[in-house]
Design a protein. Structure first.
Length: 416
């Protein structure tokens, strides 16, 4: 970390941040909650929960339908959330922001509406060995329908993408490259701008899965140079049930709808229906209006802290976490990437990760155990699963030390 980053990291008042998360004050099994599973879903700050409540109590109505004041007010708040997300991502145009249910739905939308119509037998979709199942299975489904193939960029022993292999694998049949920005298991931060430049130089569109990046790193789609980017509100201090797909407007304009219903049409008759312009064409039916409105507060929460500051603060936590894990006998940290964000996965010699998770729960510690929806990555390391600790901006240095102490004790106990 350079000096500037260190200075910014120190300037984050973590106790003031924690005070915004009431759940962090609770105990679990009689112990103070030590929440290290934010990669699965983050906790929620007061301003997000209060906005949900306020919206339902004061401004709630369905959007884009009523001529009455309340519906117009709800529609306005929904529009403002879209513009907040547009600014947050550095998008050129609000029409490039599509509200969906989750990262999973965003990727499925691209698979069905963008890729499927242009996929021919023998075509290839490039993914990587470190993808979450959400960035594998939708491509397999459309590939299966079209006799196309999913081709996999390997991961090195260090837990990084093999960029030489990626270069070689970008071929004349590659129709899309789908890559995660941050691995939800290893925490590896991939050089997605460099990867997008490589792919686009060969005319290959790029989808970036930013589910694990949006809460931790500055995001600027113009600087990234990708074609599609997806993230989920619930991992970024926002509500469940809301996700965002950003796509270049020219793609959205050329894409057919993938779900039909209310709100996505221009005119409907039994002779034929015409569709609305993006983003509405992709937003059939009543969305999670309150969730979208409250997402704006999650965005404001992150922006108020500053994304560079969050990244610097968390980088110091992750470095300490990795160092402490490395000192515990029997613990093996997966990968050694040059840059990690939030997540560190590990195994313990002679101890099953499930047993470890159960024992840690008794100490008030929440970590994730299992395959973390990344079975192929675990297979790559010869594992069925692992334990994963992941941090967010509300975790403290003291919590990392306490976690490592509890973990060392628990392992000693389990290994007898
Ligand atoms: N991609 C990555 C990298 C993830 O970590 C996750 C969630 N674990 C997803 C996609 C899927 O997100 P969601 O379940 O919110 O759709």
């Amino acid at each position: 970390m350079n000096e500037l980053a260190a200075a910014t990291a120190e300037s984050l008042d973590v106790e003031a941040v924690r005070a915004q998360f009431p759940i962090l004050a609770r105990t679990v099994n009689g112990r103070p909650l030590l929440f290290l599973d934010s990669a699965a879903s983050s906790q929620k700050p007061r301003r997000v929960v209060e906005e949900l409540r306020r919206f339902y109590y004061e401004d709630y109505a369905n959007i884009h339908r009523g001529v009455y004041e309340l519906s117009q007010r709800a529609s306005q708040l929904h529009d403002q959330a879209r513009r907040a997300v547009q600014r947050f991502l550095g998008a050129r145009d609000w029409r490039e922001i599509v509200f969906v249910r989750s990262t999973t739905e965003a990727i499925n939308l691209v698979a069905w509406s963008f890729l499927r119509p242009r996929l021919r037998p023998g075509d290839e979709i490039l993914v990587t060995e470190m993808e979450h199942h959400a960035n594998i299975v939708p491509w397999q489904i459309v590939a299966g329908e079209r006799d196309a193939r999913v081709v996999v960029v390997p991961v090195t022993d260090a837990g990084e993408l093999d960029l030489d292999a990626l270069r070689r694998m970008l071929g004349p049949r590659t129709r899309l490259l789908a890559v995660t920005w941050v691995s939800n298991v290893l925490g590896t931060v991939n050089p997605v701008a460099e990867i997008a430049a490589l792919a686009r130089a060969r005319g290959v569109p790029v989808l970036v899965d930013a589910a694990q990046a949006a809460p931790h790193l500055p995001v600027d789609v113009a600087a990234l140079g990708c074609d599609f980017l997806a993230f989920s509100a619930h991992k970024m201090y926002g509500p469940t049930g809301v996700g965002v797909l950003w796509a270049r407007l020219e793609h959205l304009e050329a894409m057919p709808p993938w779900q039909g219903g209310g709100d996505m049409i221009d005119r409907v008759s039994f002779a034929g229906t015409t569709f609305a312009d993006p983003p509405f064409r992709f937003e059939a039916g009543t969305p999670d209006i309150a969730g979208i409105v409250a997402l704006r507060e999650a965005v404001a929460f992150v922006e108020a802290l500053g994304r560079a500051r969050i990244a610097a603060y968390e980088a110091a936590l992750v470095a300490r976490l990795e160092a402490r894990l490395g000192e515990i006998p029997g613990v093996r940290v997966l990968g050694r990437p040059a840059r990690r964000a939030s997540a560190v996965a590990f195994t313990v010699d002679g101890v099953h990760h499930q047993d470890l998770g159960t024992m840690l729960d008794l100490e008030g510690v929440c970590i994730r155990t299992g395959h973390h929806c990344a079975m192929p990555l675990h297979a790559r390391f010869g594992l069925a699963g692992s334990a994963r600790a992941s941090v967010a901006v509300y975790n403290t240095r003291e919590e990392i030390e306490r976690f490592a102490d509890i973990l060392a004790r628990t392992i000693a106990l389990l290994r007898g």
